[in-house]
Design a protein around this ligand. Structure first.
Ligand code: APR
Ligand code: PHB
Length: 389
């Protein structure tokens, strides 16, 4: 098989890249290890930066988002019993879109199907070859048959556990990691959200987050020790603990119900440099992981695709490699800013098992400083709604 850009991974990064390139007449083949149903069964976050909203519209995959997504102009930050609203619309004239990542992925598959894109599911043994040459190859098997795909470039959009990142020689790769000493227990329930905007709550018992997918589908998270297992948490225990961490007037309004999904996710930050090696470009979770606190995972993947698609379109249209040559540097500059924001929000809002009384005072002072200072709120809002590309 022959194509221009071989894309490893049929998650949001790979699909968005394929869609944008195909719309510019560039051929792609997407190789996805799992079935489409499996990919779409993953529950992930749901706050889109406005840049992500515009990228999905530009890709022709924004109609359902605009019809069913909710535009939010602010969110709440709470500490112990106190709560304030951070109005990023009033501060910056900017909003975010609350629309589940699963829905985004569904829309991208529909958009790709509509233009007859080539997406191969349930492929195995994907291996990348000759990446340091002008004729890279990808070998893989499907239904027991072995295949080879020749291409000009390879986009590694295969997530943290994919084959792309390890295809860059270890001596070239520089990896940065921070693992947090707690996880998030998340619950999805067919109940009305406790407030129409998100609530990020800091509490002596640990962090809590109130989010939603639509007016009758809520998503709640509480910070738990990494040693906890889902079986330790009955729905009743979850709702009691969530209420205990929310301001009383919010807890009083919380509508509880049976969980339809319940899982624990670890929190860590990870970045690999460089994000390009020869003909291989890493995008999304293949190159970086953020803790979910700032909802930056999908948004960072989309900003990578913004830079890479622009560079590849420039290369194929004008033969000018400037964009792809600058890809790693441009993407990493924005990634490190989002890493810092996610780390600072995680540090400010969570209870660390080994923190001292002084550390906790620092956390309280951080949040109180944000509550008091419009200038601090503006910087926070810039990062939360999305830094420019
Ligand atoms: N061969 C083919 N496909 C693979 C391989 C492989 N060897 N390894 C992994 N994949 C597929 C996975 O099955 C998955 O569908 O690559 C896809 C990677 O998708 P994601 O993990 O969703 O990563 P990405 O597209 O970069 O999206 C980033 O996902 O995890 C969230 O918070 C993260 O929101 C962010 C978004
Ligand atoms: C979610 O809706 O799942 C969500 C929202 C905001 C976050 C993290 C997760 O910061």
């Amino acid at each position: 098989m022959k194509t221009q850009v071989a894309i490893i991974g049929g998650g949001p990064s790979g699909l968005l890249l394929s869609q944008l390139l195909n719309r510019s007449g560039i051929a792609t083949v997407v190789l996805e290890r799992k079935s489409r149903d499996y990919v779409l069964s993953r529950i992930r976050a749901g706050v889109l930066e406005w840049g992500t909203v515009e990228m999905l519209r530009e890709a022709g995959a924004g109609a359902r988002m605009d019809a069913e997504g909710a535009v939010h102009g602010g969110c709440y930050l709470a500490s112990e019993g106190a709560m304030f609203r951070l109005d990023f619309n009033a501060l910056l004239g900017r909003n975010v879109m609350v629309y589940g990542q699963t829905e985004v992925t569904k829309d991208l598959y529909a958009a790709q199907d509509a233009i007859g894109a080539t997406i191969l599911h349930e492929v195995d043994d994907v291996a990348l070859h000759d990446l340091a040459t002008a004729t890279p190859r990808v070998s893989f098997t499907q239904n027991g048959q072995s295949h080879e795909l020749t291409c000009d470039f390879v986009a590694g959009c295969d997530g943290f556990h994919g084959v792309s990142r390890p295809s860059i020689p270890a001596e070239v790769r520089h990896e940065f990691e921070k693992v947090y000493p707690f996880g998030w227990l998340g619950v999805l329930s067919r109940t009305p959200p406790v407030r129409h905007e998100l609530i990020y709550a800091a509490h002596a018992r640990g962090f809590a987050l109130c989010s939603m997918r639509n007016p009758m589908l809520s998503r709640y998270y509480i910070q738990v020790p990494l040693t906890d297992r889902v079986e330790d948490w009955s729905d009743a225990r979850f709702w009691d603990e969530l209420k205990a961490r929310l301001p009383a007037e919010v807890a009083a309004d919380l509508v509880t119900g049976p969980s339809i999904e319940k899982s624990i996710a670890p929190l860590r930050s990870f970045v690999t440099e460089p994000m390009r090696w020869g003909a291989l470009f890493l995008c999304g979770d293949a190159a970086h992981i953020v803790p979910p606190t700032g909802a930056k995972g999908l948004n960072l993947a989309v900003s990578d695709i913004h830079y890479l698609s622009e560079g590849l379109i420039q290369f194929y249209a004008q033969g000018d490699p400037a964009g792809i040559d600058a890809y790693s540097e441009r993407a990493l500059a924005r990634i490190w800013q989002a890493m810092r924001f996610s780390w600072s929000l995680t540090t400010m809002m969570h209870r660390f098992p080994d923190s001292s009384d002084y550390d906790r005072r620092m956390q309280d002072a951080d949040l109180a400083g944000l509550m008091r200072s419009e200038a601090a709120q503006r910087v926070w809002a810039e990062n939360y709604t999305g830094l420019p590309y």
